[in-house]
Ligand binder design. Sequence first.
Ligand code: URA
Length: 434
Amino acid sequence: MDARAILAKLRRHEAPSEAELRWFSNGLADGHISDAQAGAFAMAVCMGQLGEAARVALTLGMRDSGDVLDWDLPGPVIDKHSTGGVGDCISLLLAPALAECGGFVPMISGRGLGHTGGTLDKIESIPGVSTAVAQESLGEIVARVGCAIVGATARIAPADKRLYAIRDVTGTVESLDLITASILSKKLAASPQALVLDVKVGSGAFMKTMEDARALARALTTAANAAGCRTTAVITDMNQPLAPALGNALEVAEVMKALTGETEGPLVQLSAALGGVLLADAGLADDVQAGADSIAATIRDGRAAERFGRMVAALGGPVAFLDDWRRFLPEADVIREVIAPADGNVAAIDGEALGLTVVDLGGGRQVESDVVDPSVGLSGLVRLGQQVAKGQTIAVVHAAREDAALAAERAVLNAIALGHAPGAVPDLIHERID
Ligand code: URA
């Protein structure tokens, strides 16, 4: 086969064959495809459209460019993926809850991307935790604990690793075909039997409109189901942060409060809803409601917390984390309250701006090599529709320095709009796509 012939097909808006896309994916992984050819491929796919069959073929070709995990476990392997948002720490809650309900969850996760936080950065804010786990250890932890949140090793979907880096510098990240193949090649390499996709829509998501979110949800579910993995997408609201905190250790603190019954709210509600869909799809619950009830019960009675503690210990964290989590989480040096400048109702929250504020505080990366500060971020955020009085705290900034805290305070004031009319409160869940 010849990369030039495949690129010429794309130039003529013809879809390459399954064999060609598999060959191209292997070439990306083993270096036979040059950077120039990979960049041309990404741009051609971005500017045209592969169509459903070729999108599935590219997804499977990229999945098979590396190892595909093989399991021998006494229950179904299941997983959840979010397309990215702010204050979205559902994975940390859901992985142990699902394990408590009989699933095995090898959750291969990512780092922060753009304004959105990453599950790996969050869990690594717990001292000692490392998500760089060898494949053999992943198998052992999943068999013993039931769940593990880990990064992709070099052997998982290497074609995606190469293509993603090239897309990042060629302006070709935004393509339904490439996003689908990229997300699913990594997820499907863990061989889940069922998958639930949390497709976020709104100001803090990559997809700002329902139309775009639906298109992504359809592309992902079609490709994953065609690959033999029972997959449902749920389009959920991201017009405000899911948790009242953004930032790595601050989000772990929110998870711990939810797991230990200190708080309830959207984090627990959405975990139950997504978990319910997944348990039903995996045959671990009679229906979605029964599944949601089971997830909520494991959170309410502390079983999910106990399982989370075991996962943390298995990943190198403190054995006593669950009992004494406040002592272990890093705290920022500078704490600054953001005060409401007037009376009003919270009318709009620019989630992307809040996410970027956390990146500017050092809680995310401007370039790949940046080291994140786990302690910084925002907490105590108000919610849409909430009434606030002049002088009331609407957020708390956690920063490493005074100047950074001041800049973040200004950014938060710009990102939270107060109005006079009672603000509309969006539903947490918009739509389900099978
Ligand atoms: N996440 C991924 O893993 N890949 C994309 O292309 C976009 C989001």
